[in-house]
Ligand binder design. Structure first.
Ligand code: SF4
Length: 74
């Protein structure tokens, strides 16, 4: 999960309910697929602050963040 260098992000699509909050808060990092499930595009394209805001705002805690392979969120 995530990348070994820099900031990494992952979405558990089984938990995602497709409300798009993560896409609104960190549009470079997340998109919705045709099934209304979020997926990771480019976590490096967003600030750590925006990524954390998106992860915190996810109602189902479906977003996981890491820095250099270490858990950042949750
Ligand atoms: S905020 Fe959470 S539930 Fe909403 S689209 Fe993103 S990952 Fe899915």
């Amino acid at each position: 999960m995530g990348e070994l260098h820099g900031i990494g992000a992952a979405v558990d699509q089984a938990l995602c309910v497709g409300n798009g909050i993560c896409v609104a808060l960190a549009p470079e990092a997340f998109r919705l697929d045709q099934n209304m499930k979020a997926f990771v595009v480019d976590p490096e394209g967003e600030s750590e602050t925006s990524l954390i805001a998106a992860a915190e705002a996810c109602p189902t805690q479906a977003i996981y963040l890491s820095v250099d392979g270490e858990a950042l969120y949750p």
